[in-house]
Ligand binder design. Structure first.
Ligand code: HAS
Length: 564
């Protein structure tokens, strides 16, 4: 499909800016493994502090890259399936809001005024412009939803009996989840954090802030995941040379995400004393619910790939696995997707371990956690995003991929690095190694009384994995920008592979309408969150005084701040 120059320009910017920022994001990922393995015994390197680097790493990779891509991919999906471009003015508005937000947050992080990590938990305090930046990034990403809903409604009027394309359904569901969950973090930022950071209020209810953050925080992970799932359902089977095993399974999975993504946030707060056991148990139960759509996806995608393998002549139970286009340069997306899926098997299993109320006690706040989430957000999510960014850019610009052979092996290199890294982190976590800690200045420093020799192998393994991932990440940046600087060889167009369904079940109205699911979503959220919010308001002690990240003593005078 031909698209306008303006449309292309906005999409290129939304894809390229975060990839450029990845250089900083991935560098700080490598530095984490370097500090943690005790290669450095200092609190900063090249004038950047450990926590400053960790904040840049988390914010750029997990918030900026993912949000920009979700918006760009959403625009591309809507335009491609509706054969109509979204409103250009709103596209620009969304882009500029997001970019301004990123610049504000980046400036405060680089100045060392916002080393609060990507979760920005109080009592760590950032410069008000950091919070404002985060708010603008979010508001900018809301704007397209309203325009896409308009496009969807007018399409639905013309095609009342036609099934909504699966990719469109997924995009709308994803942004509805995003809109709902970001309302809580907007409240946290605007009502609690900015006034406190400006000095207008002296203390903050830490438990309330954490609960509002996790209302947003776990749904956030599905906001990252769903664009990858849309690609797995609607693009991967085609690229693999097969068909999507069941179209209805995809719809059911997406709607289950709509109802279960938000009311599970308290599983991040099992150790918070202000929330009662019953509430934790309920959120834990719903967390098993949110794993169901991923199990559905695992079976549906495996069946779709099996079909593709058998079409290529595979025999036996597992023969199909050997017949897939793993190293086909023209189908490079396959490598990005399959490596993400393989990582997600381990990411999913570790997630289910985390969600168990009792097992969570063993792994909470240990290195196990980054082991888990790197196999999710830096697995299917990251590989899906970078692979698709390159694909979309190359097709829309009409340019050939720079270094296509290298591009084909990047996801495998990344996956190997990630498996090694996550193995080191998970093993270390089970041996009590803390997360978010500069181990090099204490536990991994042989000069220190706290030296833990049993953490040497685990952190060294993580370092090796981190180094391999760094190489793979940098190779991707070279391939991406190398492609941008190549000459155009053909007329560019917006072209997304579309998988045909093997079982194209007839339209079931329940799975093609939003209202009943939205109602269920609201009811479950209220059931899960009203008691949690009552808990944190009732059981929280006095507001917390302000701390700096490098000192365990409150910044202000205690008597002045610890008032109820
Ligand atoms: Fe998680 C903490 C539970 C999924 C990200 N998670 C985190 C944090 C992040 C994160 C960033 O219950 C840390 C937050 C922080 O900073 O404190 N998580 C889960 C559960 C799932 C889950 C139950 N997480 C994700 C996803 C993420 C993500 C997705 C990012 C995108 N997580 C937790 C819990 C905590 C947590 C607790 C808090 C712990 C604590 O104490 O702080 C589930 O959604 C997972 C379901 C997944 C599956 C896997 C399906 C497998 C598929 C692949 C199939 C492969 C094929 C290929 C088809 C059931 C789909 C076959 C072909 C071949 C050739 C082999």
């Amino acid at each position: 499909m031909q698209v306008s120059k303006t449309f292309k320009r906005i999409i290129y910017l939304e894809l390229a800016i975060p990839v450029a920022l990845l250089i900083i994001g991935i560098y700080h990922g490598l530095m984490q493994t370097v500090y943690r393995a005790g290669v450095l015994h200092q609190t900063s390197f090249l004038k950047l502090d450990y926590y400053q680097g960790l904040t840049l790493h988390g914010v750029i990779n997990a918030l900026v890259l993912t949000t920009f891509f979700a918006v760009a991919f959403g625009h591309a999906t809507m335009a491609f399936y509706f054969k109509k471009e979204p409103n250009k003015k709103l596209m620009w508005l969304s882009f500029w809001l997001m970019l301004t937000g990123v610049l504000l947050a980046a400036a405060t992080m680089l100045m060392g005024k916002a080393s609060v990590l990507y979760t920005f938990y109080p009592p760590l305090k950032a410069h008000p412009l950091f919070y404002l930046g985060a708010a603008l990034l979010i508001v900018g990403s809301w704007v397209p939803l309203f325009d896409w809903v308009r496009m969807y409604n007018s399409w639905k009027k013309e095609n009342p009996e036609t099934k909504t394309p699966l990719a469109v359904l997924g995009t709308l569901i994803n942004f509805i989840i995003w809109f709902m969950c970001t309302l809580a973090v907007a409240y946290e930022v605007l009502v609690l954090l900015i006034p406190w950071s400006m000095g207008w209020t002296k203390t903050v209810n830490v438990n309330l802030a954490r609960t509002l953050f996790w209302f947003f925080g776990h749904a956030l992970v599905y906001f990252w995941l769903l664009p990858a799932y849309i690609m797995f359902y609607t693009i991967l089977p085609k690229v693999a040379g097969g068909k999507l095993y069941s179209d209805l399974a995809g719809r059911i999975a997406l709607f289950l995400f709509l109802i279960f993504s938000i009311p599970v946030g308290v599983h991040h707060q099992y150790s918070d004393p202000t929330i009662t056991r019953g509430v934790k148990f309920f959120h834990g139960l719903l967390t098993y619910g949110v794993a169901i759509p991923s199990f559905i996806t695992a079976f549906t995608i495996a069946a779709s790939l099996e079909y593709a393998g058998r079409k290529r002549g595979a025999k036996g139970l597992f023969g199909w696995m050997t017949k897939l286009p793993y190293l086909n340069k023209d189908k490079f997306l396959f490598g990005y997707f399959i490596c993400g899926l393989i990582l997600f098997i381990f990411g999913g299993v570790t997630g289910i371990i985390n969600s168990s109320y009792s097992l969570n006690n063993v792994i909470h706040n240990t290195a196990w956690l980054p082991g888990h989430f790197h196999m999710t957000v830096a697995g299917p999510v990251f590989l899906g995003i970078v692979g698709m960014s390159l694909y979309l850019y190359a097709r829309m610009s009409g340019k050939k991929i720079f270094m296509p052979a290298v591009n084909t092996i990047i996801p495998y290199l990344w996956m190997i690095g990630m498996l090694i890294f996550s193995f080191g982190m998970s093993w270390g976590g089970l041996r009590g190694e803390p997360r978010r800690t500069n181990l090099g200045i204490s536990y991994l420093n042989p000069e220190s009384a706290q030296f833990r020799p049993d953490w040497v192998p685990t952190t060294t393994i993580a370092l090796l994995g981190g180094f391999i991932m760094f190489i793979a990440g940098m190779l991707f940046v070279v391939v991406f920008f190398g492609t941008i600087f190549k000459k155009k060889t053909e007329e560019g167009q917006l072209d997304i592979p579309v998988s045909e369904a093997f079982h194209d079940e007839k339209r079931v109205p329940l799975f093609d309408r939003f209202k009943p699911w939205l109602a269920a979503m609201v009811v479950i959220i209220l059931l899960a969150y009203i008691p949690a919010l009552i808990n944190v308001n009732k059981n929280s002690g006095p507001g917390a005084p302000r701390y700096n990240i490098d000192n365990p003593m409150p910044v202000e005078n205690k008597t002045e701040t610890v008032k109820p």
